[in-house]
Design a protein around this ligand. Sequence first.
Ligand SMILES: Nc1ncnc2c1ncn2[C@@H]1O[C@H](COP(=O)(O)OP(=O)(O)O)[C@@H](O)[C@H]1O
Ligand SMILES: [Mg+2]
Length: 262
Amino acid sequence: MTEKIIHMKDVSWICDGRHILRNINWDVNPGEHWAIIGLNGSGKTTLLNMINGYLWPSKGEISVLGRRFGDCDVRELRKFIGWVSSSLQERLYTTETAEEIVLSGKFATIGLYDEPDKKDIKQALSLMEQLGCKHVAGQPYGTLSQGEKQQVLIARALINSPKILILDEPCTGLDIFSREQLLSTLEHIDSQEFAPTLLYVAHHIEEIVPVFKHALLLRRGKIHSVAKTKEVLTKSNLSDFFERPVDVQWRHQRAWILVLAK
Ligand SMILES: Nc1ncnc2c1ncn2[C@@H]1O[C@H](COP(=O)(O)OP(=O)(O)O)[C@@H](O)[C@H]1O
Ligand SMILES: [Mg+2]
């Protein structure tokens, strides 16, 4: 049997007596990319923090890349997981150049303390080229546009050739063109040999591009749906999920949603 990328069995996280996540059962198989959708506060980031071992389940069982939490060193495991989020963006040093930010991913540090060698610098620039942000090399990170910052962060996450790449609302604050550019980057990543498993968190349905063939809908800490994207993103299922009527239109293999009057 092939090893699962993520296996969660009856996972709950309880904080101050409140169930933030409840009975999560979810398996991610090799070669699958997943979209995780939920409104603000539904528990998406909490779920991702569990995968990264920043939070431990109050109940249930988790294994990531075949390693069972409790039996493995999560710091070792984290080396295989790339992470992109707006909160990370705020923690980075604005005076470092774009390529220094990318290189700091190699050492998994905030700030570049180790001297990178020529090979590392070449790799950083090559990744920036692939992600369409090589033109900002040499520019202080703080001066980049929101879209360029996100591209740099993805390059930073990819420099360690992760097995899982987590993108937590990476399109927040992007204009529609920067958003489309970022989404096409994900298609590019998927086309590469040894592409990481992509876990894409969003609350906008239209950001689910065709590489995401599976989707998990999270509502108030519970799984509402977990299945193939095409089965999940239907008018009736989404209306049930959002608890109000919505219409869904498929265009260019993406679902676009319209909120209907009650
Ligand atoms: N460390 C924490 N302590 C207490 N409550 C938390 C903690 N982290 C998250 N929560 C709560 O859990 C819920 C889900 O949060 P989060 O996972 O960040 O949602 P999402 O990412 O879907 O917007 C929120 O109500 C939030 O306030
Ligand atoms: Mg969140």
